[in-house]
Design a protein around this ligand. Structure first.
Ligand code: 13P
Length: 255
């Protein structure tokens, strides 16, 4: 069985005191609950990473980053390297989020280099794919997702492929309150797993975790996570409140 992964993407929110308070409230809410069938991750803005790392001491919650550059060091003003993230104990990096693709112009090629760099530094990439509203309306969702996968995963070996995390985040569902239906998401997740099977073989396709993101909340998480190919959630807005994120962490899933 694949462990579920419930990941918070805080995006560009919170200052250090707020981040610390949110982690404290989350840890108080989840208490000593131990989940054997799921993992929990928070990805704060890069500048909050030291604060959040400290606040998470003694907690099983894992620390992620929202982005990074692919070079180790050099004249790249404003960027953060994989080495820097790894030095702070970051284990997972979100790569190719639609906001990076659409607001900051990241290409499939650049995302491929970042996925490669994350693996080279022993961090798990959470590679995001997803179609825009227009691509969705014109029936091109799957075509777009497969193209983004090809660009992002081109350098991976079969051994590496099973260890990454994919996130399907339809752009029209992000921050809009319009979640993909469990059927819509399951159909794309199944196709992503099928593409893994074709390219990397049966075993990586069975191991790889595919998260859904886009307006996940306490009310819709159970139905999404009951689908066999939906291995977790990447949560934006609803991860900024301890009670809603704790409820999402406790999602009921199919046995
Ligand atoms: P929302 O949950 O706010 O729709 O954001 C989803 C997302 O982009 C997570 O990476």
């Amino acid at each position: 069985m694949r462990k579920k992964l419930i990941a918070a993407n805080w995006k560009m929110h919170l200052v250090p005191g707020e981040a610390r308070a949110l982690i404290a409230a989350l840890m108080a809410d989840l208490g000593r609950e131990t989940f054997t069938d799921r993992e929990v991750l928070v990805a704060p803005a890069a500048i909050l990473i030291p604060e959040v790392k400290d606040a998470l001491k003694q907690s099983p919650i894992m620390l992620g980053a929202q982005n990074m550059f692919y070079e180790e060091k050099g004249a790249f003003t404003g960027e953060i390297s994989p080495t820097m993230l790894a030095a702070y104990g970051v284990t997972h990096v979100i790569i190719g989020h639609s906001e990076r693709r659409h607001i900051f112009g990241e290409s499939d090629e650049m995302i491929g280099l970042k996925v490669r760099a994350a693996l080279d530094h022993r961090m798990t990439p959470i590679m995001c794919v997803g179609e825009t509203q227009e691509e969705h309306d014109s029936g091109r969702a799957l075509e777009v997702v497969l193209r983004q996968m090809e660009g992002g995963l081109g350098s991976l070996s079969s051994d590496e492929a099973g260890g990454i995390v994919m996130a399907y985040e339809p752009v029209w569902a992000i921050g809009t309150g319009r979640t993909a239906t469990p059927e819509q998401a399951e159909s794309i997740h199944g196709a992503i797993r099928g593409a893994f099977n074709e390219r990397f073989g049966h075993s990586p396709a069975q191991i790889v975790r595919i998260l859904y993101g886009g307006s996940v909340n306490a009310d819709n998480v159970d139905s999404l996570l009951s689908r066999p190919d939906i291995d977790g959630a990447l949560v934006g807005g609803a991860s900024l409140k301890a009670d809603s994120f704790a409820r999402i962490v406790r999602a009921r899933t199919a046995k």
